[in-house]
Ligand binder design. Structure first.
Ligand code: ADP
Ligand code: MG
Length: 731
């Protein structure tokens, strides 16, 4: 990686033939030496490499060619052919043949046939089995990059030189078998994400003028109308234009309870239309659906590695050459300087080589991360990086936005007050006309109410609309400037609030209502009281989080009194009110300084800066909201706050799993190397131990795929629920 160069292009390549992550270093070395390549990032699980390069210095073909020089194959990830398998089949065939010959020669040996015969057969087994690993080893040698294959080949060759044919054959067989098992496990983790992709139907019935035609979903354009029969998966993201049905959205939101959808409602690719016929107008191309966004975010998530993975990666970089050196020293130094026996110490050196051929450490971390993320994705949540999977467990404080997060975010106008001879109708008319321009939830409530009375076309024309985030809006109508917003905003605009007005506002705010004031020419003309309901389940979800040891905090731009009312209903520990979006960032920073890692939960609308300032930004209600999907580091497709508890439990699991893997791998390596040095470990036992630990560790990581979180609240009813859930979580 060179600094000062700017990548102006990026490609993602699918690598074939990369069986072990240790080979990644080979590719990294190649890419690093290629002028014009600015950055590269290899994902050993999905077997993809993302390369940023300067188009004027290097072409995509050159990159592909230089990868081919490593003996591996690179192809554009888009045309992923679900990997051609001829290469693997041949290697597997060689493996089986090698195994069969070993068994036969063993049998002959037991039957008392002369040693020479079985030795010849062992040599044959070596020759059959060694071809593919040797090819890779030679490429590694030519590139001066010590890989596991090279160590293995040295081990096998050395054993043969010492005349240990049987050891040599077993070595190659077990080694190749381990390789195949490891790639099986990695494919399994990868397959878990791929299976999400299979949720999206490949074809859809499109209604055209002449009737219905079946089209591939990638050929469907925005605006097409798709027919979905009962029982089918919905093949597109869009709005229902005809029909009504219960839809099971578990694939996208993780929510197992079907929701009734009717004309005008949004539906998502991969969800199941249960009982009615639907016609859906397509809103998004097949490549941009919510489902494909979840999958992309998981596939790309490896870019932000966990600290464990970074550790394993850098460990691997030094580890292999050090082992190579250690092996050589063991083989050479004692016989040369201490007069020890050559044969014995060459053997010990070989054992050191062989036991260090472990992919377990390097692979177990990424497999655990991908398996954890796949588990999350199946539950309607997505991590945008392994780092967040790790970070969530460390979070000490979770900050929640109020509107749209702790509350439903669909506020309603509950009352109006007029002053100065304005009529209620006029107040609503002008306020609604101005607020129809704003995207704020409060504005939407006022505009909705106005449309009910005046119709969509009955709103007044407005000019010079201007919104001040966290305060309110101003606009001109019939030549007069109107100010619509909170008390702070009115005062900033030069409006003086009377004592009586203040008292009235305070009374409404104490009920948890938000008061929007309307003024013109420096005089208040009225106010609208707006109430937003607390999200069902918010209190329980917060309770559960508090029990698991996090501090809950509410951040809001709303006034202190109505915020307090909501805080009381949800049970947050602390409350910060009257914050502008920049103030929220400040509060997050202060919380981070004081307590450590902070997560910020928001709906993404005006909380993006605070989410970015926190260690983990959690966006919720992302199904249907592109902003939320962009803004979050962790995305909840549904609005269900209890998912945060699930994600924390998952994070804890994953971190624990990764730690177990690292400890097992390191202890095993240390044990084996020590035993090899003092001459107590044979080649075959060493190799078996080594491969067994690698496979064990990888399969341990795969357990994260099937792990289930039991929300005890569901099982035991509300009151006891939280405590019981805690018990499950920390179990
Ligand atoms: P929250 O943090 O609860 O999401 P915001 O930061 O979006 O709240 O807004 C804070 C306050 O600013 C609101 O409670 C309201 O008083 C005022 N406000 C913001 N935008 C508008 C608007 N478009 N119309 C009226 N008032 C607004
Ligand atoms: Mg908000």
């Amino acid at each position: 990686m060179q600094d000062g160069e700017l990548a102006n292009k990026e490609i993602t390549l699918q690598i074939e033939g990369m069986e072990c992550s240790c080979e990644a270093s080979l590719i990294e070395k190649k890419l690093g030496s290629l002028p014009g390549v600015t950055n590269h990032d290899i994902n050993p699980v999905s077997k993809r490499v993302r390369v940023g390069y300067d188009e004027s210095k290097v072409a995509a073909e050159d990159i592909i060619r230089s990868i081919a020089e490593t003996g591996m194959n690179a192809s554009s990830a888009k045309e992923d052919k679900r990997r051609s398998t001829w290469w693997r089949e041949k290697q597997q065939l060689a493996l089986y043949a090698c195994g069969a010959v070993i068994i036969v020669s063993f049998a002959l040996k037991l039957a008392g046939v002369p040693e020479a015969v079985s030795d010849v057969l062992f040599v044959l087994a070596v020759l059959i089995g060694v071809f593919y690993p040797a090819r890779k080893a030679l490429i590694a040698l030519m590139n001066l990059t010590p890989t596991i294959h090279l160590l293995m080949l040295i081990g096998a060759t050395g054993a043969m030189i010492l005349g240990m044919w049987y050891e040599s054959a077993i070595l190659i067989f077990v080694y190749s078998l381990g390789d195949v098992l490891e790639s099986y496990a990695v494919d399994k983790a990868r397959g878990a994400i791929r299976s999400l992709m299979d949720l999206a139907p490949k074809e859809a019935i499109v209604r055209k003028e002449g009737g219905e035609t079946i089209m591939r979903t990638e050929d469907i354009s925005v605006g097409d109308v798709v027919v979905v029969r009962p029982g089918e998966r919905i093949p597109v993201d869009g709005k229902i234009v005809w029909g009504a049905s219960f839809v099971n959205q578990a694939a996208v939101t993780g929510e197992p309870i079907p929701i009734r959808k009717q004309v005008g409602d949004e539906v998502f690719t991969g969800t199941i239309n249960q009982d009615g016929s639907l016609e859906v107008r397509v809103d998004r191309l097949a490549s941009e659906t919510m489902l494909s966004k979840i999958i992309c975010s998981v596939e790309e998530a490896q870019a932000r590695k966990t600290s464990y993975q970074t550790f394993a990666d850098s460990f691997g970089k030094y580890y292999t050459p050090i082992m190579l050196l250690l092996g050589i020293l063991v083989a050479v130094v004692p016989p040369l300087f201490l007069g020890a026996e050559w044969r014995e110490f060459i053997y010990r050196g070989l054992v050191v080589f062989v036991v260090s051929c472990s992919c377990g450490l390097a692979l177990s971390v990424p497999v655990a991360v991908v398996a954890g993320m796949a588990n999350a994705a199946r539950n309607g949540t997505a991590f945008k990086g392994g780092a967040y999977l790790e970070a969530l467990d460390k979070v000490k404080v979770i900050a929640f936005d109020k509107t749209g997060t702790l509350t439903i975010g669909r506020p309603e106008v509950t009352g109006t007050r007029v002053l100065d001879g304005t009529s209620e109708r006029d107040l609503l008319h002008i306020a609604g006309s101005i607020e129809s321009r704003s995207g704020h939830p409060l504005a939407a409530a006022i505009a909705r109410k106005a449309r009910e009375s005046f119709g969509s076309s009955g709103l007044l024309p407005v000019e010079d609309f201007q919104e001040t985030s966290g305060l309110g809006v101003t606009a001109r109508s019939k030549g007069k400037l109107f100010v619509v917003g909170n008390d702070r905003f009115q005062e900033e605009m030069g409006v003086v609030l009377s004592g009586q007005a203040r008292e009235e506002i305070a009374a409404l705010e104490n009920e948890g209502k938000t008061v929007v004031l309307v003024s013109t020419q420096g005089r208040l003309i009225g106010s609208l009281a707006i109430a937003d309901e607390v999200r069902p389940g918010a209190r329980e979800a917060l309770q559960q989080l508090k029990k698991s040891g996090v501090k809950t905090v509410m951040l809001t731009g709303d006034n202190r009194r109505s915020a307090e009312a909501i805080a009381l209903k949800t049970g947050v520990d602390e409350l910060y009110a009257q914050l502008l979006p920049v103030d929220k960032v400040e509060v997050i920073k202060r919380l981070r300084d004081e307590y450590g890692e902070v997560a910020m939960v928001g709906d993404g609308i005006n909380d993006a800066p605070a989410m970015a300032a926190s260690g983990v930004g959690i966006a919720m209600g992302a199904a249907g909201s592109d902003i939320a999907i962009e803004a979050g580091d962790v995305v909840l497709m549904s609005d269900d706050l209890s998912r945060i508890g699930y994600l924390r439990a998952l994070s804890r699991r994953a971190v624990r799993n990764i730690r177990q893997n690292i400890v097992v791998s390191l202890v095993n390596i240390a044990f084996m190397v020590t035993m090899a040095l003092i001459g107590l470990l044979g080649l075959v036992t060493g190799l078996l131990l080594n491969e067994a630990s690698a496979v064990l560790v990888i399969f341990n990581a795969l357990r994260l795929l099937t792990w289930k979180w039991k929300k005890a609240a569901e099982l035991e009813g509300q009151g006891l629920g939280a405590a019981a859930a805690m018990a499950v979580e920390t179990e």
